[in-house]
Design a protein around this ligand. Structure first.
Ligand code: COA
Length: 260
């Protein structure tokens, strides 16, 4: 068993990141957050990794939140710094430039749910439970949850989840749009890998610019987001991959994209 709290391996274009603290349900202590930052910083520069799958070790939890032991002794200044550090790590993941798929294999609570929301897509196994229970501890979500949750599921549903602190099932998370798919436990990784491969079959720069258009565009007024989209569309037209993609279609063959 590795003594790393965050494991990383890569196979056939997919980077696998696993939070590895199963005896504490993969709770995010300061060391896990540091290791997550290191791993994702490396992945950003690793051309061999096209798509990332993020999951938790063990059968019970994706991540059961920030480490309550550490939170219980923090001063206000430390609390603010911890929140900002966590926000920075999740922003790094959200803006990685490569799709990150959260494979939610159990509890995704508090910081675990927030981490999943910073990912590009979320797939949950049937046993998963999601929620933002912070108010039960006298705090509020501090890794971007008050902002990403309403953007994903709407203000009313986000308010209910954040104010009651109650957990919801994977099925309910799917119904409200918090996760994209629900699978059996056995099918979780194969499903994540299937989606990763579908994305990897497409033009890498187009995938990156599409993510940018959605991500940044959503934060702009529509009148500004439209020219932004048009500019990124124009940028795609400079790529060899665009010519290859169109040529392959016309020649009725599979495109061979190079990310150029
Ligand atoms: N921080 C620190 N430790 C945590 C943790 C967290 N967020 N979540 C779980 N753990 C630890 C438990 O303390 C326990 O450690 P121990 O064996 O040394 O006592 C171990 O993980 C197993 O958890 P346990 O509570 O015994 O499992 P359970 O199956 O009975 O309950 C949960 C699972 C997820 C319902 C429960 O662990 C829980 O409510 N966790 C906290 C969730 C939360 O509030 N997260 C938001 C934090 S801001």
């Amino acid at each position: 068993m590795s003594d790393q709290y965050v494991l990383f391996e890569k196979r056939e274009g997919i980077g696998y990141v696993t939070v590895n603290r199963p005896d504490k349900l993969n709770a995010l202590n300061d060391r896990v957050m540091r290791e997550l930052r290191e791993v994702f910083t490396r992945i950003a520069d690793d051309d061999e990794v096209k798509v990332v799958i993020l999951t938790g070790a063990g059968e019970k939890a994706f991540i059961a939140g920030a480490d309550i032991q550490e939170l219980s002794v923090q001063t206000p200044v430390e609390g603010k710094a911890r929140s900002q550090y966590g926000q920075d790590v999740l922003n790094l993941i959200e803006r990685l430039g490569k799709p990150v798929i959260a494979a939610i294999n159990g509890y995704a609570l508090g910081g675990g749910c927030e981490l999943a929301m910073a990912c590009t897509l979320r797939i949950a196994s049937e046993n998963a439970k999601l929620g933002q229970p912070e108010v039960k501890l006298g705090i509020i979500p501090g890794y971007g949850g008050t902002q990403r949750l309403p953007r994903l599921v709407g203000k009313g549903r986000a308010m209910e989840l954040i104010l009651t602190g109650e957990m919801i099932s994977a099925e309910e998370a799917h119904r409200i749009g918090l996760v994209n798919h629900v699978t059996s436990q056995e099918e979780l990784m194969p499903t994540a890998e299937k989606i990763a491969r579908q994305i990897m079959a497409n033009a890498p720069l187009a995938v990156r610019f599409a993510m940018e258009a959605v991500h940044h565009g959503m934060e702009m007024p529509q009148d500004e987001a439209m020219p932004y989209e048009a500019t990124l569309f124009g940028l795609c037209c400079t790529t060899e991959d665009m010519r290859e993609g169109m040529r392959a279609f016309l020649e009725k063959r599979t495109a061979r994209f190079q990310g150029k």
